[in-house]
Design a protein around this ligand. Sequence first.
Ligand code: M6R
Length: 365
Amino acid sequence: DKGPYRHYMLKEIFEQPESTARTIGAYVNAVDQTAQLPNEQELDFTSFDRVYIIACGTAYYAGCVAKYWFEKYAKLPVETDIASEFRYREPALSKNALAIFVTQSGETADTLAALRYCQENGLTTAAVVNVPTSTIARESDAILPTLAGAEVGVASTKAFTAQLCSLASLAVIAGRARGVLTEKDETHLTEQLMQIPGRITEALKVENAAKELAVDLSKARDVLYLGRGTMFPIAMEGALKLKEISYIHAEGYAAGELKHGPIALIDENTPVVMIAPTDPLLEKTISNMQEVAARHGKVLLITDENGAKVGADTPAWTLIAPSCDPFIAPILYSVPIQLLAYYVAVEKGTDVDQPRNLAKSVTVE
Ligand code: M6R
């Protein structure tokens, strides 16, 4: 039932305050402000020398965000892999690694094959999974549930932010176990996690602004998404969302790569979405934005109040997200890129919930 919403996708975007609250609630104890694995499971993070995160599509981008978290907060080296590449490239694996498989359905063929490969090689495995009865959930050593609820729209939205919530919690758990984070750090980070649902409610207020500028954006043939740090995978996710449902060609790039190629694409017809919350990298991203503007590229800046002031003159359009600790920014900044893709698709009149050629779950390779 879509309720008052025109599409499941929009309904699922608006469910994110509840779906993230449920997921965070499974990992964070609100009373003592600590994080732990659900259902009394245990993973000995002091025994792992690295983490492999393996997934497809949107779930892979969640893994790419998690790499930044695990390396920063737990000092654990992370390799991220696309499951279809991992399974065939004869990876050199460390026996002391934790392999994490991120999947909404728990049935993706390549991800399942990669899980079996890791198990044959004696690795500890964990599934960040939305369907607890799925094959990948059943076959993994540990289950890290995402409690997004059933996701109907082919374009993943609430499953993605739930994956991010599980992985962010896991990074805190790992950081604490490995002695990288103090008790005080854990309190601070779990407080940030608990703020997510409320901040998502605020982020959803960009809806009307996203709808308005979708009219212009829907005329583009190509769109570039740029971001630094955790906003780089969010840029890739934004581009994937746009191409899946609006059929506009889009690419996500690390903003620092602009000069190494993609800047050649910039002209007045190629809009650039810059995702730039206030963090130590803001100024650098703003200067990339000015480079785009100097080549007559139209910029959509997605930032917070402060970022909007810093970048004031350049962007053609701005979407204001809530200000927040950089730790949770990738979760909040998922919302404007989802709404943007959604309204561009609506503007183009495509079949938002059932985009052409796509299946919700890719169970054959
Ligand atoms: O069920 P999974 O999370 O394993 O699916 C992975 C991808 O097929 C999925 O995320 C796909 O990229 C979505 N259509 C993204 O919106």
